[in-house]
Structure formats: C-alpha cells, structure tokens
Design a protein around this ligand. Structure first.
Ligand code: CP
Length: 327
C-alpha cells in the first residue's frame, strides 16, 4: 500500500508505540549528540498553503538532520495554485521532483486529495479544521515521556481539553489517538458554539471513555493530569464573534494552582495568541516546570524524524547510521 500519514485513524496502540521507539532512537540526533545521513540524497517537498512556523520548520529540520534536503513553497501566492493549478496537477508535478511531501492546506480532505494523485509518501501537516496527525503524535509522545518521568500511567488518566474544540484540528487528532488507551476521562471545556464535533465524541465514547463537557474552566480542570489548551481559530470563522469567549477561559497559574496538583502537565500545540483579547494560555506559567509547551515543540523533531524513517522504510538503518558530531 501507499506510505502516507493522513489521519491518526490509521494507528493502533501497537503501531503508535512502535513509531515512538523509532523516535527514541532519534533523540541523540535531536539533541545534537549524533548525526545521521540515512536519508542522504532524498529531497522533501514542503508545501504549505497556510501559515506555519513549527510544522514547516520542524519537518524540514527533521529531514535535513537525517541527511536529506528540503524544497519549500509557502503560501498560495508563491505556488502556481495562484494561477488556478489543481491539487491533482500540483501533486503529479511534485512527484517527479521530490521523494516525500508534507502538505498544509486550508481545506479539510485536501491533503488526502494530494495523496490520491501520487505514489510518493504524503504527510498531512494540517488540512483546515480536519486533522493534524503529526502534532497529535508529538503530543502523545510528550504525554508518555512526562508520565514516565512522573511514574504515571496514561491508562485511566484525566485529560482536560480547553478552548476551540470545533475548529482546533490538533485536538481532533489528539482525542482519537488518546482513545487508543484505556479508561480515560476527558473534560472538554469550550466557549458555546466551539464544542467538539459530535462524530468525534461518538467515536471516543464508543471506546468506553468518559466524556464530560462544560463551559466552566474551573470545573473542567479539577483533578486533571493533563491540561491541553488551544487557540481560538479566528481565521476559520471570519466575521463571527465567539459569544462568551472571555478571560474566564484562560489557563493561567492561579487556575492551575486552584484546580490541579503539582504533577499536572500544561500543554498547548502553539502558537498561543499574544494579541489583545486572546485568552488561550497565560505567560504567567512560563517559568513553571509544569508547563510542557517547549518540551512539546522539542519533541516535534524526533517524532517527525521517526515519521520520515518509517514512511521511507529506513527505520532499521538508523541505529547503525549514527556518527559523532564533528561541530
Ligand atoms: N502547532 C502548529 O501546527 O504550529 P504551526 O502552525 O506554527 O505549524
């Protein structure tokens, strides 16, 4: 079959943990203790038709750190899609130039359309309000790493998902991935109108997890092992105001202290919105060790290296490819 990463639906608990064993192998490279050229000669096409810092740069850096190189096109303006070229033609053309593609596009289902038109590996870097599977994978990898440090198990844990659960594709992928574990409690805290879509709730509920929805942040955070805050995706509902989206939805130090224990992990896929009127995650936790947001972004490198290694079939060569750094 084709080698693609389009949705977290393609994973089982076993296959996700297998991927994370490959990510563990990548850690010495991510930490700049070792180098590898296992993807020497390979070229990645990074096609981003929507704004990105983390996903675009970390996929590019992950590919480069395995010895490959990256060709980039950023924004519609700089691609021939601005001249009306279709997804099908773009994908067919790129297939002749590069060995793998990472694509971000504002429409749900568009990355699957790119993948249909090609036989090279395609990775979904975010398809509108659809999914963001590599983000969810690095989030789960982070949770498992943090829990291991804290001596906790993910089975039976309490996860609070906060913010824009309707348009936030990272939480759509993450809840489905977490649902591969057993007996979780999810508290979903969102402003009215930005609730998690029903099809995801039904899918998660069918797997025997407990789901509680609330508009009260204090209620939702109470006793949580993980708080996962998200940004309101204003770019996806131009012109509409979010009723009731106030500072009451902001995850901050006072709220975390009041509702959770010393071992809680505070996460956010980033970017967090630092503009006036945004309330996703306060900066007052920046020096608090419970804040895991930059450990999350760091984990983006080994997890994305593992994704490429598995999609390009070189995961078995990694261990023996490691060399000492010379710089
Ligand atoms: N988390 C994430 O997807 O960030 P970017 O939009 O900067 O890639």
């Amino acid at each position: 079959g084709k080698h693609q990463l389009l949705s977290v639906d393609q994973f089982s608990r076993e296959s996700v943990e297998e991927l994370f064993r490959v990510a563990d192998l990548m850690q010495p490279i991510a930490r700049r203790q070792k180098v590898s050229r296992v993807l020497e000669g390979a070229v990645l096409g990074n096609l981003f038709f929507e704004a990105s810092t983390r996903t675009r740069v970390s996929f590019g850096a992950a590919f480069c750190r395995l010895g490959g190189s990256v060709c980039d096109t950023t924004g519609f303006t700089f691609s021939s899609m601005a001249k009306g070229e279709s997804i099908y033609d773009t994908s067919r053309v790129m297939s002749g130039y590069v060995d793998a593609m990472v694509i971000r596009h504002p429409e749900k289902g568009s990355v699957a359309e790119f993948a249909e038109a090609t036989n090279i590996p395609v990775v979904n870097g975010g398809d509108g309000p659809g999914e963001h599977p590599s983000q969810a994978l690095l989030d789960l990898y982070t949770i498992l790493t943090e829990f291991s440090r804290l001596g906790k198990l993910l089975d039976g844990a309490h996860i609070a998902l906060v913010g824009d659960l309707k348009y936030g594709r990272t939480v759509h992928s993450l809840i489905k991935l977490l649902a591969l574990y057993r007996g979780l409690t999810f508290t979903l805290v969102s402003p009215r109108g930005l609730e998690m879509p029903d099809y995801i709730l039904e899918q998660t509920g069918r797997l025997g997890h407990t789901i509680e929805q609330t508009n009260s942040l204090a209620e939702g955070l109470k006793g949580a092992d993980v708080i996962y805050a998200t940004r309101v995706q204003k770019e996806r509902f131009v012109g509409e105001e979010v009723e009731g989206y106030t500072a009451d939805f902001q995850v901050n130090k006072a709220m975390v202290d009041q509702c959770c224990g010393p071992d809680v992990i505070v996460m956010h896929p980033l970017p967090r919105d630092s503009r006036e009127g945004a309330h996703d995650l306060s900066v007052d936790l920046n020096h608090d060790s419970r804040l895991a947001i930059f450990r999350q972004t760091d984990n983006g490198i080994p997890v994305r290296m593992a994704i490429f290694a598995v999609l390009l079939g070189v995961e078995g060569l990694v261990q023996h490819s490691l060399r000492d750094v010379t710089w």
